[in-house]
Every structure is written in structure tokens, then in C-alpha cells.
Design a protein around this ligand. Structure first.
Ligand code: ATR
Length: 276
């Protein structure tokens, strides 16, 4: 019987229990996935020790993705690079921290658009926060050699581009509009466009390269203003809820050793998000 959970604040509305309970069923395993809402005024050390005592593994979300690190024995490469952990697993004698967000994102992209991975494509990441960092790392690990960044604050993008064997040009959000039609893949990683501000878009796309894939990690709404505009320009779209699903697939694999075949779960998740 597996016991998993999610710690963070707030976590009340998390979809992770829905996702992992479906995974348990699909893998014919028994177990539970519970929410642990740890108020920032609570004793964090005590809360972590309690989870370690009772669970086989757990996810961490805001605001504890960095705070958890001193409580772990080792980190995987992605967590090391991002200095953020979203998944913790007991390896028999040690607690190991992982970051499954970027790798999960890249897996979801590869499932839908495998051609992007067969020859070197030119990529633009918009944003330079934690999500951008994870995706940058995962794409670099997969062998992408041109990954440009566009961000409001240039110094934040410079922090991501440091220490990598990747060619990266850094653009302002204005300047990138001039070269936007040179990219095969454009990934929007900021929270701009998320409900209730769903009329907003980080940039207004003026043009796109033919056959460009445009992706938005925002999944509420699933069909963001940014993606709607990309569709008008003829782009192929990649939706944010698939990242949510695939980072969980990877976490489940770490915990159980079982690879989930998703069947129609992405449609199920889309329906849950849309309130169908
Ligand atoms: P996460 O960890 O979820 O990626 P984050 O670290 O808060 O979130 O990152 C937010 C990213 O969205 C940053 O790149 C931020 O730009 P800055 O680096 O200039 O702060 C970007 N961002 C958020 N709100 C924005 C807005 N209204 N306009 C432009 N960029 C915005």
C-alpha cells in the first residue's frame, strides 16, 4: 500500500490527488495521495519529519520548493540546477529530491510533437522564473542547442543562461517581436494570462514561422489568449495541462517504478479543469 502526498500552502484546490489516484488505478496498485497544507507559521521541520515518517514519497509545491532542500540527503541534476524540488522519494536509506517539472514538460511536448526532437530546432522561452529554468535545463539535456530567452527583467534571464553548453540570445519582450518568426518552438512560461486575468497575454504575437509550435504552461484557462492568437496565425498548439500530467507521470515513476500509459487521462483532466 503506497502512501503519497503533497505539501504546500495553499494546496486545497490541487489536482494532484485526482491525477495520482487515477495513476494508482491504471497501474493496479493500492495507495493514497493526501494533501498536507502547511501554514507558513507552522513548524516546517516538524511537518517534514512527520511526512518522512508516514509517506513513501511526496510532492512539494509553493512556497516550500527551496525550503525543503536542507532536509534532503541528495538531489537529482534538475533539482540541483533549479535549486527547487517538487518531488521527494525514499530510496531505502536516503531521501532524494527531484524536479520533475521541466522533464515532465519536455516529455509532454515529445509525445505530441516528436518531430521537434529529430533535428535541432530553434526555441524561444518567454519568462525567466522557476518554470523557465526547469524547461531550459530539460531541453538542454535533450540536446537542443539554441534556446533563446525573452523576459521583462534581463538579469533574471542571464541567471538561467549561465553554466550551460547552449547558445542563448536574450531579448526584451519588445525586441523579441522583431525576430519572433525565426523560432520553431515558442514556450510561454510566465503566469500572465492566468484566470482571472485571462484577457492578458505576455506579448501580442505579430507573426510566426510556418509550422511553428506555440506552447503555454498556463492551464487555467486551457485555451489562453496567447494560444488563441497563435492559432489565428496558424500555429500548432501545445497546452499547459499536459505538463501538469507528465510531471506527475515522472514523479509516479520515481516512487513506484511504474510507467503509466495515460490513455484518455489528458482529456479527463481537461474536462475537470473546464468544469465539465
Ligand atoms: P515560476 O516559478 O512559477 O516560473 P516566477 O518565478 O514568479 O514563477 O516567474 C515569473 C516569471 O514571469 C518571471 O520571468 C517574470 O518576469 P521578471 O523576471 O521580469 O519578474 C514573469 N512575469 C510575471 N508577471 C509578469 C508580467 N506582468 N509581465 C511580464 N513578465 C511577468
Amino acid at each position: 500500500m503506497f502512501q503519497f502526498g503533497l505539501m504546500g500552502y495553499p494546496v486545497k484546490y490541487s489536482l494532484s490527488p485526482w491525477i495520482h489516484e487515477h495513476f494508482l488505478k491504471l497501474a493496479s496498485l493500492t495507495g493514497t495521495y493526501q494533501l498536507y497544507e502547511i501554514n507558513p507559521n507552522q513548524q516546517f521541520d516538524q511537518a517534514v519529519n512527520n511526512l518522512k515518517k508516514h509517506l513513501d514519497g511526496f510532492n512539494i509545491t509553493v512556497p516550500y520548493k527551496e525550503t525543503i532542500i536542507p532536509h534532503l540527503d541528495k538531489l537529482d541534476q534538475a533539482a540541483q540546477y533549479c535549486q527547487a524540488v517538487n518531488t521527494v522519494s525514499y530510496t531505502g536509506d536516503q531521501w532524494k529530491g527531484y524536479n520533475t517539472d521541466g522533464i515532465g514538460y519536455v516529455r509532454s511536448l515529445e509525445t505530441e510533437y516528436p518531430h521537434l526532437f529529430s533535428n535541432d530546432q530553434k526555441v524561444l522561452i518567454i519568462g525567466a522564473g522557476g518554470a523557465a529554468r526547469g524547461i531550459y535545463f530539460a531541453l538542454a539535456t535533450k540536446g537542443f542547442t539554441t534556446i533563446d530567452l525573452a523576459n521583462r527583467t534581463i538579469s533574471n534571464a542571464e541567471q538561467i543562461a549561465k553554466n550551460q553548453q547552449v547558445q542563448t540570445q536574450i531579448h526584451t519582450l519588445n525586441h523579441v517581436l522583431d525576430v519572433i518568426d525565426t523560432y520553431d518552438l515558442i514556450i510561454q512560461t510566465t503566469s500572465v494570462g492566468m484566470k482571472p486575468n485571462d484577457k492578458e497575454a505576455i506579448i501580442h504575437l505579430p507573426k510566426l514561422k510556418e509550422n511553428a509550435v506555440v506552447s503555454d504552461i498556463v492551464y487555467q484557462p486551457i485555451y489562453t489568449s496567447f494560444l488563441k492568437r497563435a492559432k489565428e496565425l496558424g500555429a500548432h498548439l501545445h497546452f499547459g495541462h499536459t505538463m501538469l500530467l507528465y510531471q506527475a507521470v515522472y514523479a509516479f515513476e520515481i516512487w513506484t517504478g511504474r510507467e503509466i500509459e495515460l490513455k484518455n487521462l489528458d482529456i479527463g483532466l481537461k474536462n475537470v479543469l473546464q468544469g465539465d
